[in-house]
Design a protein around this ligand. Structure first.
Ligand code: HEM
Length: 497
């Protein structure tokens, strides 16, 4: 056969295969909720604005309603929108929705050998262990409160050095938040000048930036193709390797100095468990699982809390009338002594403000994908085990049936008529159901204590007038990344003169 005939035959085979695959996909599509028509190879990519996928999904929500289907290549993904649909699934069918869907941006590195991207019994065991260990080390209790207070003092000392000159708070906030999670994982906090620590912050921040830009999103949707294309997404795997090398070094140090009767940190607790299960061939406790799980907790524990705090200060300078009320409450309830977490119970406005920032800033708009653990009936559809779901948390936080004028920033969303703090179940910044963020109580405590300590020490002055402050995120994807901005920090005593 000559070259021309061979090429023609190969082309016909290729087209036939593609057509067969496409026909199968369209037959499957008929059983799934509506959505834009997928095209061969690219799926529904043509409907996505890669600079703002969240906006594209919100547009599709308007067109197709609360449950619709998109395609990443030929992989269908069902999108859930609005409070009602997300409650009906993540909460009312919690067990069915407890699976984790494929998420190439992390999975391709950890291979699911970790707490966040594992499934089934392995996930249950690792989650239980992590929650228990973080609790023993004080998560939600006083000892972690002491650590946060100590870290907040270090943050104040660092910020005092800015001497009232214009400052971008991003890095300072990352230092404190990351250090806190390091103290729980590694048993010690780093000096802010430590080169290893500064590198760690850089790798974490850089990775989140890549994940929330078009390259990261393309990788997540089309990993089989993007693996062979050069671009910033290639840096991700390198960043993960740097981070895991650092963790491995810490683990080696702990192994050398381990005292089984006196665990110092998360690593020690895991090593003790590994020893106990040495003879169990089905154990989930392996060296690599430890390293990968710590990396995931460092990501979860640093980026989302830091980004929320950065938005907290941004929205504070954007709304001076709100800031005035928060300052007043801090002065009345706390005064000059260091803030305690229980002070929040007497500070409804500050509590409402922090919760409203969580709603409005919506730092994890797409949460992480869920996968069905068994065949499940939802409304008029029967979904097969393994179907992947995306929960669009933005559509809950901006759900008009749950919040008045959701596009406006309004702390009163979380205040009752009696002026008391009022919970709203439609705030799902930490998601809901069995996969709900296990760092929730730690994050809330950190945000309250870092925020109130900062305001107690400094008057925050914006460099521009409120109407000129942009609050638009600079990255939209896995995260809503806050924009860069500057403010001046004036020590409270001399600003009051
Ligand atoms: C404001 C701060 C935070 C926000 C907004 C946030 C948000 C989220 C969201 C939306 C998820 C996905 C839940 C789902 O799959 O449905 C998640 C999972 C997770 N977060 Fe957080 N998080 C925050 C802080 C933290 C902290 C401080 C830690 C560490 C102590 C942490 C560790 C994790 C882990 C390990 C998971 C995976 C849970 C699992 O798969 O079972 N997060 N978080």
């Amino acid at each position: 056969m000559d070259f021309y005939s061979l090429s023609t035959v190969l082309l016909v085979i290729l087209i036939t295969c593609l057509l067969a695959k496409y026909t199968r996909m369209m037959l499957e599509k008929a059983k799934l909720p509506p959505g834009p028509t997928p095209l061969p190879i690219i799926g529904t990519l043509y409907k996505m604005n890669l600079n703002n996928v969240v906006r594209s999904l919100m547009e599709l929500h308007k067109t197709f309603g609360d449950i619709f289907t998109i395609y990443e290549g030929n992989r269908p993904c069902v999108v859930l929108c609005g409070y009602k649909a997300i409650k009906e699934t993540l909460i009312d069918k919690a067990e069915e929705f407890s699976g984790r869907g494929y998420f190439p941006l992390f999975y391709d590195y950890s291979k699911g050998d970790d707490l966040v991207f594992s499934n089934g019994e392995k996930w249950k065991e690792l989650r239980h262990f992590t929650h228990l260990t973080l609790t023993n080390f004080g998560m939600g209790k006083r000892s972690i409160e002491e650590r946060i207070k100590e870290e907040a003092e270090h943050l104040i000392e660092l910020l005092k050095k800015t001497n009232g000159s214009p400052t971008d708070p991003k890095l300072h906030i990352h230092y404190s938040v990351c250090n806190l999670i390091c103290s729980v994982m590694f048993g010690k906090r780093f000096d802010y000048q430590d080169e290893e620590f500064q590198n760690l912050i850089h790798w974490l921040q850089d990775s989140f930036r890549i994940m929330s830009n078009p390259w990261g999103l393309m990788y997540n949707a089309y990993p089989w193709f993007m693996k062979y294309i050069p671009g910033p997404h290639k840096q991700l795997m390198k960043n993960y390797t740097f981070i895991t090398d650092l963790i491995r070094k810490r683990v080696e140090n702990n192994i050398k100095s381990l005292d089984s009767n006196n665990p110092r940190d998360y690593i020690d607790c895991f090593l003790i468990k590994m020893k106990k299960e040495e003879k169990n061939s089905a154990t989930y406790y392996h060296h690599n699982t430890l390293v990968m799980s710590i990396m995931m907790v460092l990501f979860g524990g640093t980026e989302a809390v830091s980004n929320t705090l950065i938005f907290i200060f941004l929205l504070l300078i954007k709304h001076p009338n709100v800031a005035e009320k928060v300052y007043k409450e801090i002065d009345n309830v706390i005064g000059h002594r260091p803030p305690n977490y229980e002070d929040r119970l007497k500070m409804p406005y500050t509590e409402a403000f922090i919760h409203e920032v969580q709603r409005f800033a919506d730092v994890a708009p797409l949460s992480l994908p869920h996968e069905l653990t068994k065949d499940t009936q939802i409304r008029n559809y029967t979904f097969r085990k393994g179907t992947v779901f995306l929960t669009l948390l933005t559509s809950v936080h901006y759900d008009k049936t749950q919040f008045n004028n959701p596009t406006n920033f309004h702390p009163n969303n979380f205040l009752g008529e009696d002026g008391k703090f009022k919970k709203n179940n439609a705030l799902m910044a930490f998601s809901a159901g069995k996969r709900i963020c296990p760092g929730l109580s730690l994050a809330l405590m950190e945000m309250f204590l870092f925020f109130t300590t900062m305001l107690q020490n400094f008057t925050i002055k914006s460099l521009v007038s409120p109407e000129d402050i942009s609050i638009d995120p600079v990255g939209v994807g896995l995260a809503h990344i806050p924009p860069n901005y500057e403010f001046c920090l004036l020590p409270r005593s001399y600003s009051e003169e």
